[in-house]
Design a protein around this ligand. Structure first.
Ligand SMILES: Cc1cc2nc3c(=O)[nH]c(=O)nc-3n(C[C@H](O)[C@H](O)[C@H](O)COP(=O)(O)OP(=O)(O)OC[C@H]3O[C@@H](n4cnc5c(N)ncnc54)[C@H](O)[C@@H]3O)c2cc1C
Length: 450
């Protein structure tokens, strides 16, 4: 078997993967289409360009899931984290990065390695031979997008995300909300209780519509077009079409009986549906939105039962090419139909610079093990890396799959001894467990025969 790993796309995921693979002694070819072919968001021909904000978000590795991901990547000799640390800007608890020297350093480092070749070209197909890792990101070139859709089926590749907010289950007030599927549909008790329902009176509904209409919204980026389908219109656009539109759409109250107040008929109902196999996350059905994040939190906490909700992620609609990874990728991020091809980064349905780089790191580790004949145990789902890859490769609901940031809702619950149940103690328990498991996994990697 050839020891060359071809990486398509030198963004966050591709640059990290190239570094990991080159360090393990593989020959690496990075195929990057920029600057020959441009995207609407990238402005340079450099590798690992940060296309928008310059933040890697929280660096708190004890209390925050993305901070934990930073920590795990640093332990694994990540080039993205090393460059971010070197070009860190003051930003309180967040890791903000001086973007130009950051990507210049990564470009120069990778260019300087004898076993890395950078080819400026657009790859437009999925090769049948060789070892390939595709990390072409949210702005995968249209020709390649078509080739991926041809391989996977057009319905398994999306060109826009239409993200409904996701709520942590343990922050929903179950004294107000009840579990019931519309018209009690379903073969099993689980199916008949698949949805959580938040009831609204007429006054609450009217106030909610007023708040929706008044809320600040984000505009589409230049080069993006608002060609969303009628099936996934933002809720505020529905509200603009008429005050009753939502009550006849995602908020219709029919087929539901309030288990707490069976005699009271709700005027409108917001439904939440389970979003992961663990049952720790619920998405707000049909609630995709372009409201600004601050406005979303305020408006959604007006919904009865969600007054104290914490959001694992807020809603959005963006230009974003991503695949239905739960049905297409195996646990080692290989395309099930073509195991010589791996995918990583945002095109697999993770979201954000750090998550994308992290998945590049992991995919490279699996590719290294495969090409050097080593066996690598599955990455523990208790780590931030493992929680993310488990989510995209099968833990998420495939039918409603939308891009996801790392968050504690993706982790298997911790068993807290001695009744320590407050949130900081729980998060610390998650991160302690993750760190121990990640280090054990990394050392298994180091000691495997090459
Ligand atoms: C407009 C916009 C704003 C964003 N803002 C943020 C933000 O503020 N914070 C954040 O965390 N995330 C943001 N994101 C998401 C961000 O793009 C990802 O977090 C991150 O860049 C994804 O890393 P990646 O490696 O998967 O893709 P990228 O970093 O985009 O890298 C993919 C690379 O593949 C190349 N490529 C594409 N197709 C081909 C092809 N056929 N052949 C060869 N090369 C190809 C591209 O040129 C690119 O260099 C934003 C995305 C967009 C589109």
């Amino acid at each position: 078997m050839s020891n060359t790993l071809h990486i398509v796309g030198g963004g966050m995921a591709g640059s990290e993967a190239a570094w990991q693979a080159a360090n393990a002694g593989l020959d690496v070819v990075i195929h990057e289409m920029r600057p020959k072919v441009e995207t609407f968001a990238h402005h340079t021909g450099k590798l690992a360009e940060m296309v928008c904000s310059n933040s890697f978000r929280s660096d708190d590795h004890e209390q925050n899931a993305v901070g934990l991901l930073h920590w795990e990547m640093r332990q694994a000799n990540s080039i993205i984290m090393a460059a971010a640390d070197q070009h860190r800007l003051p930003a309180g608890g967040a890791l903000a990065v001086d973007r130009e020297p950051f990507s210049a350093q990564i470009t120069d480092t990778l260019r300087g390695l004898d076993n890395v070749t950078i080819v400026e070209e657009e790859v437009d197909h999925l090769p049948g031979e060789g070892n390939w890792l595709f990390t072409t990101g949210p702005l995968t070139s249209p020709t390649l997008g078509e080739a991926i859709a041809h391989e996977t089926g057009a319905d398994r590749l999306a060109f826009f995300d239409a993200i409904a907010p996701i709520v942590y289950a343990d922050t929903i007030d179950m004294d107000v909300v009840w579990a019931q599927s519309r018209y009690d549909k379903g073969e099993t008790e689980d199916e008949r209780k698949a949805y959580l329902n938040c009831p609204m009176t007429k006054d609450q509904y009217e106030a909610f519509i007023d708040a929706l209409l008044a809320a600040d919204k984000t505009e589409f980026h230049e080069g993006e077009t608002a060609t969303y389908f009628d099936g996934c219109l933002p809720i505020e656009v529905m509200a603009e079409r008429g005050r009753e539109t939502l009550r006849h759409g995602p908020m219709k109250p029919v087929g539901l009986t309030n288990a707490h107040k069976p005699d009271e008929k709700a005027y409108a109902v917001v439904q939440l549906r389970r979003d992961n196999a663990l049952g720790t996350l619920f998405n707000m059905v049909g609630f995709q939105t372009k409201m600004k994040y601050g406005a979303q939190t305020e408006v959604f906490r007006m919904i009865p039962g969600l007054e104290n909700a914490s959001f694992a992620r807020l809603g959005g609609i963006h230009r974003n090419t991503f695949m239905n990874s739960p049905t297409l990728l195996d646990g080692e991020m290989r395309l099930r139909t073509r195991p010589n091809i791996r995918f990583a980064g945002q095109v697999t349905g993770v979201e954000g610079y750090v998550e994308s780089a992290a998945m590049g790191l992991l995919a490279a580790r699996y590719a290294i093990a495969e090409l050097t004949g080593a066996t690598l145990p599955p990455v523990p789902a208790t780590t931030a890396m493992g929680a993310l890859v488990t989510h995209i490769s099968g833990g998420a609901e495939a039918k409603t799959f939308q891009p996801m940031n790392v968050n504690f809702g993706l982790f298997p619950p911790v068993d807290l001894k001695g009744g320590r149940k407050n949130r900081p103690a729980r998060y610390k328990a998650y991160t302690d467990r993750a760190k121990a498991d990640w280090q054990a996994w990394l050392s298994a990697f180091d000691t495997e025969p090459a």
